[in-house]
Design a binder for this molecule. Sequence first.
Ligand code: HEM
Length: 503
Amino acid sequence: MFLQALATLSAILLSYRVLALIRNYLEARRLGLPIIVVPLCWQDTLWALFGGQFEIIERLPFGLGSWYKYSLLGWNVKDCAFTIVSPLRNEVVISDTTNIREVLGRYRRWEKPKELYGLFAALGPSVSSVSGEEWPRHRKVMNVAFQEKHMHLVWKSARKQAGQWLRQVQGQERDLKELAEDCNNLSGNVLMYAAFGQDREFGESRAEDVQENRIKSFYETMQYMLRNMPILWLMTKLRLPRTFEPKKFTEFRQAKETLLLHLEERLQTKDSDFLTSLVNASDSEKLAGRGILTKTELYGNLFMIQVAGQDTTSHAMQTAIALLAANPDIQEWARQEASTYEDFEKPVRLQAVMYETLRLYGGAPNMTRISLNRERMTINGKDIVIPANTFVSANLSAQSYDPALWIGASEWRPQRWMESVDNVEAIKKDMPELMAWSTGPRNCPGKKFSQVEFTAAISKLLVECQIRGSPGLQEALNTFDNRATSRPSTQEIASITFVRRQP
Ligand code: HEM
């Protein structure tokens, strides 16, 4: 009886999905772009979380699994404009710079979808999770905290962390997985110092403690939350009553409560200039009668800063270090300049290294928005009407690998960003737009923060040591292929070593 009911229910669900797929397919045909049909997609919660485990589908014979990569969240393909048709919502993919600017630039018409960005409201609404008229209120306060005058904190902390890191690992081979962990630790500590006034030593917390949430300090609790965001995703989707929820859910809930207590304490003590600016900015907006961030919104934004700033910057650093190790001539070129400055306004060669790294290996290969109304757009020379409630994804991978925009598009060549003005090296003005930090009003407010951190840490490493790469390094880098994380199997076959330079 039970099995029969289950079979009937499954048949109903399956028929519903097939019918929805057909309806969406017919709608997509009207757009006139190439179509890719996916039976499952990132809009299915379980597939979003576990779909990445089924890479075997891609290897099915006769191209039967060719849909697989398009079904995942953060797909990474170099195709230009097309429509992904699924049983849920259609997703139009664009890669032309003008189209991308149009969508990302008009935040009132193209909103961040709640399905994706709702997660960034883990502790309360944040600049990244809100849309429409709500967003400027958050962003205004955030912009004050990210002012230039706080960047010396970032510089100071990144130099200290890089120096301590070097002392701990010099002479040892670090495979790419260990390199990633080291950079993550560095980047997490810099944020803790600059944003929250917590001065930490490099390598102070062990990864296992963070994983198990054993130590309940501010840092470990924050890291536990960051690493377990998929649990939050499942919790919000499943909404199980507490009696039925698995242990992991309860642990996550407890960590969230602990983190709120830590944030409350930080807000009371206002241990950093950054935090003080954030709170003061919110208060002065209140005085000016323009609305204020509530306490929950302040918590939401503080958590968001760590979510948005840690992995992104650490990913840029780890990739650049590996690339510098694999390209000793470019490493030497960057080192020549690194020995000549002591503050964050000067470096241009390392800025070029960062730009070029993010162009090819940007942490966000695509960015998705949803159309609130019917929208007209010219794609590939054709006028297209995109229906309301359609996902549109900016394919940043395709834009940054476009041979029509970039000469030798797939080569990592930081020098492409340089020019000489009156015999002084500078970043070239007339380059195609680099969209790694996004574009338009909702671009990344942490851009300068990440640049200062990157330059401070890498210049310290370059001046004090040679970064040597193992023989498998270039091969491993080829498999990174613009992904936010490369596959562990390739991470472990290659390594780098910091070898101290003679003074
Ligand atoms: C290399 C490092 C970084 C990269 C590549 C990067 C990239 C991005 C991108 C692409 C977005 C737009 C996301 C979207 O619209 O879906 C974004 C937004 C954001 N980033 Fe970054 N980011 C970096 C570092 C940072 C840092 C260090 C912080 C904070 C300390 C930060 C804070 C934020 C915030 C708060 C937003 C949301 C802005 C809004 O919606 O108005 N980012 N970032």
